[in-house]
Each structure stands twice: as structure tokens, then as C-alpha cells.
Write a protein that binds this ligand. Structure first.
Ligand code: HEC
Length: 96
């Protein structure tokens, strides 16, 4: 019985820390987005026709990583860390 309680406590702690990391990602992702992406993709990520930039709402970390390392439009962003890319993806996932 004692072991089961310990098990439940461990799972609870794991879940709590996982969700905390997630929301931290999102907040720092929003900062990264506003600093590095909003200028071209718009404050709401809907894209800007004048810049010929598409909407990037809901783009995954994989898609962002790929575009940032291959597209000449994003050549200034190659140094973006994987963490930051994950954060931006977490933030974009919250936009509808
Ligand atoms: C200098 C302006 C500029 C900046 C800054 C910029 N983008 Fe872009 N982005 C574009 C343009 C223009 C396109 C479309 C042409 C292309 O893919 O190169 C694009 C395309 C994309 C695409 C592909 C969308 C699709 O549907 O194919 C993604 C994903 C993307 N950008 C993500 C980002 C993220 C994330 C950031 C910030 C870290 C960012 N961009 C910053 C101009 C920009």
C-alpha cells in the first residue's frame, strides 16, 4: 500500500513538472516569436501579403526547424536553438 502511494505521488510530481515546462516553453516562445517572426508573419502569425509571408499558425517544431535552416528568407535565424524553435511551435499551437 505504501509503495502504491509513493508511485502515485511520483506520477503526480512528474505530470506537474511536465506541464510547468510546457507553459514556460510557451511564454518564452511568444517572446521569440514577437522578436524574430512577427515582423514578417504578423503579430498574430496570420502572414502578411505585402511581405509574401504565409500564415504560420500551428506550424510544428519540425516545420519551423526546416524552414529556418533552408529558406533564404530565414537566413538570419539559423542560430535559433532547438529549444527556441520548440517554444515558438508551442506558442503557434495556441493560435487559432
Ligand atoms: C524576413 C522576413 C521573415 C522573418 C523574420 C520570418 N519569416 Fe517565415 N517566412 C517568410 C516568407 C517570405 C515566407 C514564404 C517564403 C519562404 O518560405 O521562404 C516564410 C515562410 C515560413 C514558413 C513556411 C510556411 C509554409 O506554409 O510553407 C514557416 C514555418 C515560417 N516562415 C516560420 C517562421 C518563424 C517561426 C519565424 C521566426 C523564428 C519566421 N518565419 C521569421 C518571411 C519571414
Amino acid at each position: 500500500m505504501k509503495q502504491m502511494c509513493l508511485g502515485i505521488a511520483a506520477v503526480t510530481i512528474l505530470c506537474m513538472s511536465a506541464s510547468m515546462v510546457h507553459s514556460k516553453d510557451k511564454a518564452s516562445g511568444e517572446k521569440t516569436f514577437k522578436a524574430k517572426c512577427a515582423g514578417c508573419h504578423g503579430a498574430d502569425a496570420a502572414g502578411k501579403p505585402a511581405m509574401k509571408s504565409p500564415s504560420i499558425k500551428g506550424k510544428s517544431a519540425d516545420e519551423i526547424q526546416k524552414i529556418v535552416s533552408t529558406s533564404p528568407k530565414h537566413s538570419g535565424l539559423k542560430s535559433l536553438s532547438a529549444d527556441k524553435v520548440q517554444g515558438v511551435a508551442a506558442y503557434l499551437a495556441t493560435l487559432k
